[in-house]
Design a binder for this molecule. Structure first.
Ligand SMILES: [Zn+2]
Ligand SMILES: [Zn+2]
Length: 384
């Protein structure tokens, strides 16, 4: 039996005492007991007066409806399970006239294409989709690795910026996102005033840098126009505000997935880098995105999902560490495609990631500690 059974991958990194979240997670904070913020948020979530929250949601939606513009709101959709759930809530529960907006990463899976089309049919909404050209996506994906240490800047940044552009162009005052930031990151809490969604929200949350930092020798500034945020004046003139439904209604991923699957024929599929088949099922690059996080920070999506399941009481912490290690350390098949479109060799890819890990300078993740733990785990588990 392996000596590390039920233990985290890295012996010298701090992990939350409740879940599997390590100290290398961006923005993580532990309380004096060693419990992370996301675990704390998960507890808060049970004690929130959701009836009151729902009332304030109703009030907010009534206000935007009362403006009586062409559309009551924009629902940014990717084809993920949240998209279908958001559209269900927005159109069926609250009866809003919604414009669905998709910023395509141009990396759609077949399941993702089906789910996207399926929800448009089921909810009968108008839809705008923007797809940046293949060659540009390839060039940005190469830059993205250097600039933010992850394959997906064009998606993280485009989803927010393009929805804002459409809001301004179509004079739509409300953007309705899905999951709460308190669930997503542990960087905010349910008791903080609902996270202020401003112009820079997505840059701060996931894109990290703006288009001006992506532009360079191989990408011109004008090619990046779909990623440019509208001006503050334009946003204020239209009065655009954004909300996350998860701040107003109790969000339960597993239950919602079952609901959209059973009621609206939403489909799941295998996703690299995790054991859950419903997160990021629309994107072929999810495995690479999560693997880059592992190479930088020593954990990937396996840890994210296992920690959520520990908080929900579905796994013990020991079981969760085993699942997390298995998925986090796996080299994704999609990496072959990523290398092909970006022109990186695997050694170059690894060198870029190493630089990012060095820059983060995380305790317990020195080169020797990282290599030893991963090698040991791979040989113990028979993973190649
Ligand atoms: Zn925790
Ligand atoms: Zn990413």
């Amino acid at each position: 039996m392996a000596k590390t059974l039920g233990q985290p991958l890295f012996a010298n990194m701090q992990y939350c005492v409740r879940c599997c979240m390590p100290s290398s997670n961006e923005g993580i904070e532990f309380d004096e007991m060693g419990i992370c913020r996301a675990c704390f948020s998960a507890e808060q979530k049970m004690h929130i007066n959701w009836i009151e929250r729902e009332k304030s949601l109703r009030k907010l939606l009534d206000y935007h409806k009362s403006l009586n513009r062409d559309y009551d709101c924009i629902v940014p959709i990717s084809g993920g399970k949240d998209s279908t759930f958001q559209l269900h809530v927005v159109t069926k529960v609250y009866g809003l006239r919604a414009l669905a907006v998709t910023f395509s990463h141009n990396w759609f899976t077949e399941t993702g294409k089906y789910n996207l089309q399926n929800c448009l049919e089921k909810f009968n909404v108008d839809h705008i989709v923007f797809t940046p050209n293949r060659n540009l996506v390839n060039r940005i994906a190469r830059q993205s690795l250097v600039k933010i240490g992850d394959s997906c800047w064009h998606c993280h940044s485009g989803v927010g910026a393009f929805a804002m552009q459409i809001a301004v162009k179509f004079n739509i005052s409300l953007l309705i996102w899905g999951e709460s930031a308190a669930d997503l990151s542990g960087r905010s809490s349910y008791f903080d005033p609902v996270i202020k969604f401003d112009r820079d929200y997505f840059t701060k949350m996931s894109a990290k840098v703006g288009p001006e930092e992506i532009a360079g020798d191989t990408i011109s500034a004008r090619e990046l126009s779909p990623w440019r945020l509208p001006s503050v004046e334009d946003i204020e003139r239209v009065g655009v505000e954004g909300i996350h439904l998860g701040d107003y209604i109790f969000w339960d991923d597993e239950r919602q997935m079952e609901f959209v699957r059973d009621v609206y024929d939403w489909r799941e599929d295998r996703v690299e880098g995790t054991y859950k088949g419903y997160k990021s099922v629309e994107c072929i690059m999810a495995g690479v995105h999560d693997y880059t996080k592992f190479l930088k920070r020593g954990f990937g999506r396996g840890t994210d999902h296992a920690s959520v399941d520990v908080r929900a009481g579905l796994l013990t912490r020991e079981e969760a560490f085993e699942l997390a290690k298995k998925h986090d350390t796996e080299r994704p098949d999609a990496l072959d495609y990523y290398l092909q479109i970006t022109g990186y060799t695997e050694a170059e890819f690894e060198a870029v990631m190493l630089k990012h890990r060095h820059a983060l300078n995380i305790k317990g993740l020195s080169d020797a500690e990282f290599a030893q733990a991963v090698e040991e785990y791979r040989s113990e588990s028979g993973q190649k």
